[in-house]
Design a protein. Structure first.
Lengths: 925, 205
């Protein structure tokens, strides 16, 4: 065959087509990328690469790429722009931002979408002094992440993973194509090849659910009821690992029983504030060893208070008939017999098929274990759990199930990825109190409150943050609530802003609920002055997305093959259970358009604004070499920077060490990643593994080597509940007391999703991310669009038949918020009350370079149009976000709908349709 | 013993992600509209199960596409059984596409020639086809099914691999979905009492 003409070369970097961050080999001919393949040496993907990753080539060459900075010249929303030079663009941005910073830094709302540089962007926001920063976690997976961090000090995905090499039974809940993509596929392949059982709980049978040994088509939003019924069964049959519970969890800690007092439900503690348990007839330090603590009973403390162990509370609660499989069947639609059988199977594998590794280790009490025992049952949950308004508690229930089986961080179980586990809840509180003109925040804007005193509230109780994160409306909104920013800014709730600054967040389309309403908000004007209610919108994106049309100033970004980047331990690293790892992106090619990497632009703006962290003491730019300079030389704490590998003057240090001028070269020479394998003795039971915790202290992962006691019973949640019951100085508004009391449950419960359950809307509407596009819809990709450019609504055959709808019929999908015209397809593998479609296939004409007759415009729709961003509110009452009441996680999957046949003469394209953004097609390459 | 190179595809673990299809496009560098490897999803067994089936050139023993080719551009290599197209001789008449029972041949309008899976034998830098190297779940294998002792032959034997439309003599083998994992206890666990059973339970820490 003909050899390749031209000069061939290959450069390595990190994929950005979704959030896996796999290693890739980019093949070039004469300097032009021609093919992308997986890097066989990379720990994340070991040479494999999904369809998105391989299609990164077409992302890079997308016809929708922006080519130059843009300034709006016509009405907002019509995409009438003139191209301007970077100096003018940065000058405009600097003028707007400088005025804000000098007067009221809160009036900058800086939100960064699917940003993988949050350790930079969050730090920049803090340097600027605005509390109004977050990325897109609030509309993605914050329920799962936060529930894990408040319960076990880690979570699924970036925080932990099933022990793919040893697990014998995997329970997937709410996992379709999701975080993280390739490792799940690699892992499922391993499990299936060695005959491990895979059970998938999901209303829809596609992908992973299709190859599972057992598919449980559950009713949406009811997984918590299923999980707690499993808990009920394990308790009822006494099939639990009690030894694990008293060694590693707070099962034996004493909880004060004094209803009506501020002490009720708090842990009993000794004078040194250490939690107590009951052993040998007396209260003793719950962390003591060589004791046999009581797990049941009521005990009177020397000060006459009565207390009972956590385990007794949980056993009493979940043994109740309300949690029995029959009760769960009524809620979930899963037969009680199936729930009982799954419970039996879980216990049988955990206890009768336990595994023992020949790895000695030492726990934090000094006890030496000759081997490492494992209970090979693992679980993974993601967006199908997260995107419900009860997702926080459902995730906590799942962690409770894992703890009862003794399967957290053991061989064959769920395993932490370093730097996790962290203390519970982890580290810093959200910063934002004390904001002032010209002053940086005292810390990072996002954090983990431990009680009401950590909320970001003004003295009058108003939220400090525009999105109401860390207020009583969403106290543990650890990833912020990006989905509320635009609505709140327009409503001046709690205050108006001056500039909305967004990075790769398509809030005028698929990243917003109430999409049409959001478009109107973006162009809303003050009737008195005629000015836009959001005076300035700055948007950075590489592509002509729908959001670009609503910007006043557009800062065109590069593609991921054209810039430096960093996947940092300070942010969301690429570690695996056996090793700590981080990675970089390097520019494989230089852009031929007049675009700049957003991170470079942000550093440049910081210098122009004179942000303290961006200048040297004598006022010169601290990182004159841009983001690459920052990656190698920025120190968050002495010796701790964005990258953990090859630190120190000679590159020999890891974790902590002085900046190394040759650090990036070392990464490139190693395939753009760094990974430190953990010693075998440091790979399990890390919440109580003395050797591992010493290592973690040295690396800066945890502040001290104290054991991390897994929290079945959450005292921080009880503290919020007590406040709502009237105790303590920080009090919620009266109208939110009942909501807080219900939602902040120290033991996880199941409550129905907040969306109204009415016969008017009998169906549940969901989306799934297609495997070829999940997180990759942001480019208009010549290859991927050929696989999927239209979406239909999938309906159970029996449900369609009952409605008189044939496969392929046009229909109206109706919610309390809106109507969609679409085409239905019938299928068997979907729960009968559920309808679903692929996520984010529909596009607006003119955006993404698409003509008005593109399939993505005429035959594809967004379910978003049916979803209200607020919960319904009675007249005169507060409008609350359509979100989990604990974390503020957008409740995308609570949506209720009905289907109506289209009438004759209602053929034609999907509806709604929107005016074509024709002008946007003139600003792309 | 005749060498017969083939793909062996495990339908038990194909999750339908299309990674193979897209990797193929990167490796083959044909026109954007050409998809030598495609993945289809079906509900089977009366809707009780969903399977994903990747489909590509099956590299038949006596390929109809070779027989009908008027210019001799389509040929089958005797050394390894791989069916190929000599683009220099192909006139793009599309007769081969009509003759292929698998729908595996496509017209590359940019080049004016027919395209299909080559098993990447034209790429000297790789040991296995791009679709096999990239498959995240490990559902694709590559080897010599002409050698009964090869790893792929053993896999086909062990798993009851089958051919699509065997009357055409295809080389590609599909491994059927495995029986679902069973053998776990199903007995209903007996209740072991109420709360008081844990009172006084000695558990050391």
């Amino acid at each position: 065959m003909t050899p390749d003409p031209g000069v061939s070369s290959m450069r390595q970097t990190t994929c950005y087509m979704c959030t896996c961050r796999c290693g890739i080999n980019v093949h070039l001919r004469d300097g032009v990328p021609i093919r992308i393949e997986g890097n066989p040496a990379h720990p994340k993907n070991r040479g494999v690469l999904c369809g998105k990753g391989a299609a990164g080539l077409q992302h890079h060459f997308s016809a929708a790429r922006l080519r130059k900075p843009l300034k709006r010249v016509g009405p907002r929303g019509e995409a009438s722009f003139v191209e301007i030079e970077w100096d003018e663009a940065l000058g405009i941005a600097t003028a707007w931002l400088d005025a804000i910073r000098r007067t009221d830094p809160r009036r900058l709302a800086f939100f960064t979408g699917r940003d993988q540089s949050q350790s930079l962007t969050g730090w920049w926001a803090a340097q600027f002094g605005t509390p109004n920063f977050a990325a897109h976690g609030g509309l993605c997976s914050v329920n799962v992440a936060t529930a894990g961090l408040y319960t076990i000090g880690g979570s699924f995905w970036e925080f932990g993973e099933p022990d793919w090499d040893r697990t014998k039974y995997l329970l997937l809940l709410g996992v379709a194509e999701d975080h993280d993509s390739n490792p799940i596929k690699i892992g499922l392949g391993k499990l299936k090849q060695r005959g491990a059982k895979v059970v998938s709980v999901n209303p829809i049978r596609t992908g992973y659910s299709a190859i599972a040994d057992e598919w449980i088509g559950i009713r949406p939003g009811t997984d918590g009821a299923l999980v707690l019924a499993l808990v009920h069964e394990l308790l009822r049959t006494d099939r639990i690992d009690l030894e694990y519970l008293v060694r590693f969890t707070n099962a034996h800690w004493l909880v004060v029983q004094a209803p009506g007092t501020a002490e009720h439900g708090r842990f009993a503690r000794d004078a040194g504030n250490r939690p107590l348990c009951w052993a040998d007839g007396a209260p003793v330090d719950a962390g003591a060893t060589g004791i046999s603590p009581a797990v049941a009973g009521r005990f009177t403390l020397p000060d006459d208070r009565v207390a009972t162990p956590v385990f007794a509370l949980l056993a009493e609660r979940y043994l109740d008939a309300a949690y029995a499989p029959e009760a769960a069947e009524a809620v979930t639609g899963v037969p009680a017999a199936t729930i009982r059988r799954i419970a039996v199977e879980l216990a049988a594998v955990a206890f009768e098929q336990a595994i023992e590794l020949d790895i000695p280790w030492t726990d934090t009490t000094g006890r030496r274990h000759a081997t490492t025992r494992g209970r090979p049952v693992s679980m993974h949950a993601m967006r199908g759990i997260s995107a419900h308004s009860n997702g926080f508690d459902t995730t906590r229930a799942l962690h409770l199930l894992q703890m009862l089986l003794g399967t957290i961080d053991c061989p064959g179980g769920f395993r932490f990825k370093p730097p996790f586990p962290k203390p519970i809840p982890p580290g810093p509180k959200p910063a934002g109190k004390g904001y002032a003109p010209g002053k940086p925040l005292g810390g990072m804007p996002l954090g983990m409150p431990a009680g009401p005193e950590d909320l970001l509230l003004e003295p009058d109780g108003q939220p400090i943050r525009l999105d109401h994160a860390f207020s009583w409306e969403a106290p543990l909104a650890a990833h912020g609530m990006m989905q509320m920013v635009i609505a709140n800014a327009v409503a001046s709730d709690p205050y108006p802003i001056d500039t909305l600054f967004l990075f790769m967040a398509n809030m005028a389309w698929n990243s917003s609920m109430n999409t049409a309403g959001t478009m109107e908000l973006l162009t809303a004007r003050d009737p008195a002055t005629g000015d836009y209610k959001i005076p300035h919108i700055i948007y950075a994106d590489a592509f002509a997305s729908e959001m670009v049309a609503y910007a006043d100033l557009v800062l065109p970004d590069t593609t991921y093959l054209e810039r430096w980047d960093c996947i940092s331990i300070l942010d969301r690293p690429i570690s695996d259970a056996d090793g700590i790892a981080d990675s970089i992106r390097q520019p494989v090619v230089q852009p031929e358009r007049d675009v700049r990497p957003f991170q470079d632009v942000l550093l440049d703006l910081g210098v122009r604004l004179g942000l303290p962290g961006l200048l040297t003491p004598d006022g010169a730019p601290r990182y004159p070499g841009g983001y690459a300079d920052y990656l190698a030389n920025h120190e968050r704490a002495p010796g701790v920077g964005p990258l953990a590998g090859w630190r120190g003057p000679d590159g020999s240090a890891i974790g902590r060490g002085a900046p190394n001028p040759k650090q990036l070269e070392a990464y490139i020479a190693n395939g753009c990643f760094w990974r430190q394998e953990l010693e075998p003795a440091h790979r399990f039971y890390r919440h109580a593994n003395a050797g591992y915790l010493d290592f973690a202290v040295k690396m800066g992962f945890v502040p001290n080597a104290e054991p991390i006691v897994l929290q079945i019973y959450s005292e921080p949640l009880q503290r919020f509940r007590l406040a709502a019951q009237g105790h303590g100085p920080v009090q919620p508004p009266d109208d939110l007391r009942d909501r807080i009391i219900a939602a902040f449950d120290p033991l996880p419960g199941w409550h129905p999703p907040l969306a109204a359950d009415t016969p008017e809307f009998p169906l549940y509407a969901l989306t799934q991310r297609p495997m070829i596009m999940y997180h990759s819809w942001g480019s208009q990709n010549a290859w991927l669009k050929q696989i999927l450019s239209r979406n239909d609504l999938y309906v159970a055959t029996s449900t369609a038949r009952a409605l008189g709808l044939q496969d392929g019929a046009r229909a109206w999908l109706v919610s309390a918020h809106g109507r969609l015209k679409l085409r239905i397809r019938t299928m068997e593998g979907v729960q009968a009350d559920t309808v679903w479609t692929w996520n984010a296939i529909g596009k607006r004409a003119g955006a993404w370079g698409l003509a008005a007759d593109a399939t993505e415009v005429r035959e594809a729709f967004l379910l978003n149009h049916l979803i209200d961003d607020h919960l319904p509110a009675a007249a005169g009452t507060r409008r609350l976000a359509n979100a989990d009441p604990v974390t503020g996680q957008a409740a995308w999957f609570d949506q209720r709908v009905r289907l109506e046949p289209c009438g004759p003469g209602e053929a034609g394209p999907v509806e709604p349709q929107f005016a074509s953004l024709d002008a946007l097609r003139r600003v792309v390459v | 013993m005749t060498v017969r190179l083939a793909l062996v595809i495990d339908l038990d673990i194909c999750v339908g992600c299309h990674a193979c299809s897209v990797a193929c496009k990167g490796a083959a560098a044909f026109d954007d509209s050409v998809w030598p490897n495609q993945v289809f999803g079906y509900e089977i067994e009366g809707g009780a199960r969903t399977v994903y089936v990747p489909r590509m050139c099956q590299h038949c023993e006596s390929p109809g596409c070779v027989t009908v080719c008027p210019t001799g551009a389509s040929f089958r290599r005797t050394a390894d059984g791989v069916v190929l197209i000599d683009a220099e001789r192909c006139i793009g008449c599309r007769l081969c596409a009509w003759s292929c029972p698998y729908g595996a041949r496509e017209y590359d309008a940019a080049a004016g020639v027919m395209r299909k899976c080559t098993l990447c034998i034209d790429r000297r830098d790789v040991a296995v086809p791009a679709c096999v190297a990239t498959c995240p779940s490990g559902a694709r294998h590559f080897g010599d099914i002409g050698d009964p002792a090869s790893a792929v032959s053993e896999l086909v034997h062990r798993r009851g691999g089958f051919a699509l439309l065997p009357e055409y003599g295809p080389a590609v083998r599909y491994l059927p979905p495995r029986p679902r994992a069973a053998g776990l206890p199903t007995a209903d666990g007996k209740s072991s009492g109420g709360l008081d059973r844990w009172i006084g339970r000695v558990v050391s820490r």
